[in-house]
Design a protein around this ligand. Sequence first.
Ligand code: CP
Length: 344
Amino acid sequence: MSWWTELALIEQAAMKGSEYAAGSLLTVADLPVVEVAAILAATDRIEQMSGAERVRMLAGRRIALLFYESSTRTRTSFELAAKSLGAITTLVSDKSSSIEKGESLKDTGLTLRALGAECIILRHANSGAAYLLAKATGLPVLNAGDGMHEHPSQALLDLRTILARLPDVNAGRVDAKTLHGVTVVITGDILHSRVARSNAMLLPKLGARVLLCGPAGLLPEDALGLGSAGNTGGVEIERDFDKALKQAQVVMMLRIQRERLAGLELDLGDYVARYQLNEERLMACAPNALVMHPGPMIRGLEIAGEVADGPNSAIEDQVRHGLAVRTALLVRALGAGGFESVTV
Ligand code: CP
């Protein structure tokens, strides 16, 4: 059984007969387009509020950030988003807590709940960890990246970035046809990428065509299964990066995760020659494409520095949209009588 088939089974088992607290965001797989539209509408509304209005939304509410893996963008943006809404945050990291002494995820979650946490934002190295925590605590859990499974808030911020930056897309209308005619090329270590999985499941719900690109070792054929029923777009594979780029309105580059390459035969020099997004390749194949990267990026490996800093790049926009989208996800998680009111 392939690793990706195992992931699909983890998801099916987690969803079957289980109830998670309303406002949890564990996966994009079960997120209907109307809910995506509601989250983006709430993001817009919160963004337009004054600081004084915003800080009242979650005033005094307690949010725990539970991080078992390093993070810059996700952790900081969730924390700043929570603080901008008036919430009280606490960070628990595997490096400076009783997790180091062997305390389990379940016991750590129950401890945070006993301390008054009303919502937990979890990053964890194990796929499915967010389901476990949500089930054990009954609290709304926001999956901030679990192993090779999913990174739902990243896919939502990527979507908002695309809607904001693609000139022909009507950002005011978010439905199953919004990204019709848009090809998003995702290139790199797709096998290990929770960002790729979440995007490949979310973007086709809005009609996008997702073209996955990479060598066989980093992109298994069963990735095609991500373009599952109910999507109006689809997921395809094109292993030749130049051919893929020529079809792209958006190209998302992924980090080569050296820490996950054990057992794979990957010649990095050959990889750079075939798959690096550099200025020459971009200008030759997709001079108008929007360039994205979830970060952290390794300049000179999957992406050349001049492309990351160039006019096509939306990489810093992605970070800014991350902060905005996460305010809406926190309001949604905590109810607060606010999410519905900001979406109407
Ligand atoms: N994109 C992303 O998840 O980045 P961090 O690991 O820095 O949070």
